[in-house]
Design a protein around this ligand. Structure first.
Ligand code: ARG
Length: 442
């Protein structure tokens, strides 16, 4: 059951057969292979390379295979065929007879696999855009529903007051850029490789505009050799997936910290946690940990693909068949992790009182006090120093800045007046300067 053999005297070694078999992963894009083949057959008819009747018969044969695969009536036998292309053509010939052998006129598996992979990447990429939009909506809604103040951190040390909504808003921006990266990758890849043949086109009078329209590409690709060698678009999507993974992983890390006993800012819903086999009290944030772990594997796929491609001479080389291992797993991971994160966000509970408490314990109004002094005419560097001394004093006394008396404040600076107490309220800094934007969420 193969597409070649005439020039061989001997069967393949059995191990070689499995070694070369790309069907277990290639079957994931059977729809694209059949739709690409339908477009090709249609074109062969319209261009007069096959008769209209022949073209119709091939198209309807392919359509029936597609339908039966979609319904589950037909199941692909992974061992019987070398790849998805062999499956499609040989199954067609089994069904419609000798005419099936004409399908591959003016085509190579090299332009066929290129078009299949592009169509598949486009389908998965469009779905990532939808998932990113759902995740962005979940972040925005969670933030809007919880208008609470919290500490913002640098070096994981409490730094300045922000709002929970604003913190989540930072992720909204990251995922918006990720969406733009996926859209950009889809825009750049929008060229039809079909018609490039093995590497040097074909002597048949094909019409690439027909398959381009049929498959909704912007234009036929310009150079045949590039068309069959190009896997840039996979790498670009994998790069977008890697950044999505990195952003999801950072968010996961924060959720893991926030749900710990040490923070207790949030509770993750039971549906996204697991327990311990030994310690009855444990509730572990496994979903977030897995999302964080998957990022390592997603980045691995990008590196694999870059490394596979970097030394290949033009044009097609069999190394490229291994691309599926990199992109299919990375795409599945992206789908799963975006979905799990969205669900985890929708269901998690926020504990405003814990956030407020952490805010009060961290001298988060120290920078505001320095700004106050500057507004009273003190140079910022001097103000910074004065407040540093006040913080040291508070640490010794184990109190917060706003608990000091006016007399104590005035021992540090004569510029401090009664109005300082209102100024030091945690909310009040967010009513001043461009900090007002923090209140606005994202
Ligand atoms: N089996 C390959 C794959 O699944 C496609 C065949 C490409 N061409 C070739 N000459 N072997 O990616």
């Amino acid at each position: 059951m193969k597409l070649w053999g005439g020039r061989f005297n001997k069967e393949e070694d059995l191990l070689m057969k499995t070694f070369d078999n790309s069907l277990p992963l290639g079957k994931r894009y059977y729809e694209e292979d059949i739709i690409g083949s339908i477009a090709h057959a249609q074109m062969l008819g319209e261009a007069g390379i096959l008769t209209t009747q022949e073209s119709r018969k091939i198209v309807s044969g392919l359509e029936s295979i597609l339908k039966e695969l979609q319904s589950g009536e037909l199941v692909i036998d992974e061992e019987a065929f070398e790849d998805i292309h062999s499956f499609t053509e040989l199954t067609l010939t089994q069904r419609i007879g000798e005419l099936g052998k004409k399908l591959h006129t003016a085509r190579s598996r090299n332009d066929q696999v290129a078009v299949d992979t592009k169509l598949y990447c486009r389908k998965r990429g469009l779905h990532f855009i939808e998932l990113l939009e759902q995740l962005i909506a979940a972040l925005q809604e969670k933030g809007a529903a919880n208008p609470v103040l919290m500490p913002g951190y640098t070096h994981l040390q409490r730094a300045q007051v922000v709002t929970f909504q604003y913190h989540l808003g930072a992720y909204v921006e990251m995922f918006k850029r990720d969406r733009a990266r996926v859209e950009n990758a889809l825009a750049i890849m929008d060229e039809n490789p079909l018609g490039a043949g093995a590497l040097a086109g074909t002597t048949h009078p094909i019409d690439r505009e027909i398959t381009t329209d049929y498959l909704h590409f912007r234009t036929p690709s310009a150079n045949f050799m590039d068309a069959v060698s190009d896997r840039d678009y996979i790498i670009e999507l994998l790069s977008a997936c890697s950044l999505i993974a990195v952003h999801l992983s950072r968010l996961s890390e924060e959720l893991i910290l926030w749900c710990s006993q040490e923070f207790k800012f949030i509770t993750i819903d039971d549906a996204y946690a697991t327990g311990s086999s030994m310690m009855p009290q444990k509730k572990n944030p496994d979903a977030a940990e897995l999302v964080r772990g998957h990022a390592g594997l997603a980045i691995g796929s990008l590196v694999s693909m870059l490394t596979i491609m970097k030394g290949l001479p033009l044009t097609y080389n069999k190394d490229m068949q291994l691309d599926k291992e990199a992109f299919i797993s990375a795409f599945d991971r992206t789908d799963q992790t975006l979905t799990i994160m969205q669900r985890m966000l929708v269901t998690l509970k926020v504990h405003p009182e814990k956030m407020q408490q952490a805010m009060k314990d961290g001298f988060l109004n120290a920078t505001d006090l320095a700004d106050y002094l500057v507004k009273k005419g003190v140079a910022f560097r001097d103000a910074h120093d004065i407040v540093g001394c006040i913080v040291l004093y508070c640490e010794e006394k184990q109190c917060s800045i706003e608990e000091l008396s006016l007399e104590t404040f005035q021992q540090y600076s004569e510029h401090i007046d009664e109005d300082i107490f209102e100024y030091l309220e945690y909310e009040s800094s967010l009513n001043q300067g461009n900090k007002r934007e923090i209140r606005g969420g994202s």
